[in-house]
Design a protein around this ligand. Structure first.
Ligand code: HEC
Ligand code: HEC
Ligand code: HEC
Ligand code: HEC
Ligand code: HEC
Length: 485
């Protein structure tokens, strides 16, 4: 018998003695204990869940409460800055803020860009956006818009990866299947790839079917977090990374092994609510090798080269010709810079609060704005009246919006000035330093605009970024004036 199991036996013996001695007490509390156990294990075990059970309804047979709330992500709502409105189609971000058309000129985002809505819509909304129907897109888009790990693993198997589809997700075979399939589906056209999936994000994407433990399954995240761990960027909000760094580093950081449950309560969201590159020129990438801050990600993009040797860019601005960057929903990154992350508060704490149902405490899977449920989302920690908490959020969001208005005005003015100088005959060569300033300003305005909390996830960081954006745009205008014609 090995040493650990001998120790376990001994522990078991001691526990049994203690239990006997306190039998009376146990009997008294028996009923309570039963109910607690029920609360802990609300598993009805009606359906056999495996690594190939994609359909949330199957999981719902065992976990009806979570499934019921998950289904409610079909419900539309709006708050002052959140949600997508209650009626009909999602509202257009371009109509809401026409400056964005000028800012994104020449890019697919200038033709169709809507407010997000609930998880239930993620696959349908992607299939119908003009960014997909009017522009060629790759299968990599599916990474965050479908339940796709079964499809990834199957595609991996089809391409010769070892093992079987039923093997546990944490096995070496499963990882090889996943990564191979991710690579291959990413190379398909969107039209071809989307036929391989049927459901929006599902239980299997965040839960182990055998134990229901939280897990991360997205290849982009698994690769990105390894890169972040290897960097020397401080991650006080992800202590398991700092712990891994202090170790021997023989094996790469592995969130499903190393991260705490509390960290996973944010990481499951960080699988998708992040900045990324997703196009035909290289594999889907989360740019975290220098850290999660706006300038660290910018530097990572600046140091990235496409296979043809060209410096990374998202698109060439139609009017100025500058090669610029587009930020996408960096919620995980912005949250990382805020006081809540630093205090150990996870995405799920606010967006998936506990709801009491009888003896059970169930995590609401109706993921939505926490402002619609302040008592469960905020007042568990903050002992202020609801109106006061809402007012505090509003102050942060209104200030962010006002500063962002200035930053967008400054950027559109820079764009107009460059256009005018080009018309007056200035060559692109002369304009290179100005293009660089447009790139910096654009990246920063967009980092806050594409982030969906209107500053709330990290108010001071959002203000710092917008301050820099304004500065770079104005520097660009000043420099333009100084160019001798
Ligand atoms: C301390 C609470 C808190 C934490 C932690 C938190 N959020 Fe939020 N989040 C908010 C609030 C408040 C808003 C603003 C909602 C609104 O304007 O209606 C918001 C907005 C959002 C939105 C837009 C919601 C909408 O209704 O349109 C998304 C998406 C989001 N958060 C994702 C995340 C992710 C991902 C994480 C973790 C990386 C996270 N949040 C962490 C409180 C939080
Ligand atoms: C598989 C990718 C994926 C994961 C994982 C994911 N999200 Fe989302 N989330 C999306 C997409 C895509 C949308 C937008 C769907 C649309 O507009 O059709 C979205 C929308 C949202 C919204 C807006 C809801 C609304 O009704 O307006 C919130 C809030 C949100 N997510 C928070 C979270 C939180 C918190 C987590 C982690 C518990 C999380 N998401 C995990 C992809 C994901
Ligand atoms: C790394 C994850 C990720 C990838 C990859 C991704 N998305 Fe999304 N997408 C999201 C999240 C999260 C949201 C919700 C937040 C938001 O709307 O800002 C979203 C929202 C959307 C929406 C609804 C709002 C809008 O922008 O109109 C559309 C449409 C969309 N994505 C299309 C695409 C297309 C097309 C691709 C491939 C080029 C793609 N997505 C790739 C995560 C991703
Ligand atoms: C985007 C990720 C995500 C998806 C998708 C998801 N869950 Fe969860 N789930 C969570 C998080 C986060 C928790 C909180 C876990 C914790 O604190 O340990 C949770 C908790 C649970 C629990 C434990 C009890 C509880 O309520 O806290 C069960 C059971 C569960 N989910 C079932 C489901 C089922 C069934 C589905 C599909 C209908 C599903 N989940 C989809 C993220 C997810
Ligand atoms: C799990 C606990 C927890 C939850 C849930 C939580 N907070 Fe906090 N919040 C904190 C902590 C900790 C701080 C840091 C200040 C402190 O230590 O008191 C903080 C700080 C704040 C601040 C000051 C922000 C700043 O940048 O200085 C605001 C505003 C706030 N919270 C609002 C909210 C709102 C609104 C919600 C719900 C959407 C919420 N919080 C949910 C724990 C929490």
């Amino acid at each position: 018998m090995s040493a650990p199991s001998r120790r376990l036996m001994l522990l078991g013996l001691v526990a049994a003695l203690v239990a006997l001695a306190t039998f009376g007490t146990f009997a008294l509390y028996g009923n309570i204990a039963d109910r607690k156990a029920e609360a802990k294990l609300p598993n009805f075990n009606l359906a056999k869940l495996t690594e190939t059970t994609v359909d949330a309804a199957e999981w719902g047979k065992n976990f009806p409460r979570q499934f019921d709330s998950y289904k409610r992500t079909t419900e539309k709502y709006s708050t002052k800055y959140g949600g997508a409105g209650s009626e009909g189609m999602p509202k257009s971000r371009l109509e809401e803020d026409p400056r964005l058309k000028q800012i994104f000129d020449g890019y697919a985002f200038a033709i169709d860009f809507n407010l997000r809505q609930g998880h239930a819509y993620m696959l349908d909304d992607q299939r119908i956006t003009k960014r997909v129907t009017e522009r060629p897109q790759s299968g990599a888009c599916l990474h965050c818009h479908a339940s796709n790990i079964v499809a990834y693993r199957q595609a991996g198997l089809d391409a010769g990866a070892p093992g079987k589809a039923e093997e546990p997700f944490d096995s070496v075979h499963a990882r090889a299947q996943l990564m191979k399939g991710f690579e291959n589906i990413g190379k398909m056209s969107y039209a071809e790839a989307t036929k391989l999936v049927t459901h929006p994000v599902s239980c299997i994407d965040c839960h182990d079917p055998a134990s229901m433990a939280l897990r991360v399954t997205r290849p982009g995240f698994l690769n990105g977090i390894v890169a972040l761990a290897k960097s020397d960027a401080p991650t006080p909000h992800l202590p398991s990374i700092e712990k891994w760094r202090r170790g021997d580093r023989q094996q790469p950081y592995e969130p499903n092994r190393d991260a705490s449950r509390q960290e996973l309560r944010s990481m499951v969201c960080g699988q998708c609510h992040v900045e990324y590159y997703c196009g035909s020129k290289m594999t889907l990438t989360f740019p975290w090798e220098r850290g999660l801050k706006v300038e660290q990600i910018e530097e990572t993009w600046n140091q990235t080269q496409f296979p043809d040797g060209h410096r990374f860019f998202d698109w060439k601005h139609a009017k100025t010709g500058a090669e610029v960057l587009k930020a996408q929903h960096p919620e995980f990154e912005m949250w990382s810079q805020g006081i809540h992350a630093r205090s150990g508060v996870s995405c799920a704490d606010c967006h998936m609060p506990y709801v009491r149902e009888g003896a059970m405490k169930v995590s609401s899977h109706h993921v939505r704005s926490p402002l619609l449920d302040v008592s469960r989302s905020c007042q568990t920690c903050h002992r202020f009246p609801e109106e006061e908490l809402l007012a505090r959020v509003m102050v942060i969001q209104d200030r962010t919006r006002a500063l962002m208005n200035r930053a967008e005005d400054a950027l559109t003015q820079l764009i107009e000035d460059i256009e005018a100088k080009k018309k007056a005959g200035l060559s692109d060569d002369t304009l290179v330093p100005i293009f660089e300033l447009q790139r910096k300003a654009q990246w920063r305005v967009d980092f806050v605009n594409a982030e969906n909390s209107m500053g709330f996830h990290a108010p001071q960081e959002a203000a710092r970024i917008l301050g820099e954006a304004i500065d770079y745009s104005r520097q660009g205008q000043v420099a333009l004036e100084r160019i001798k014609q």
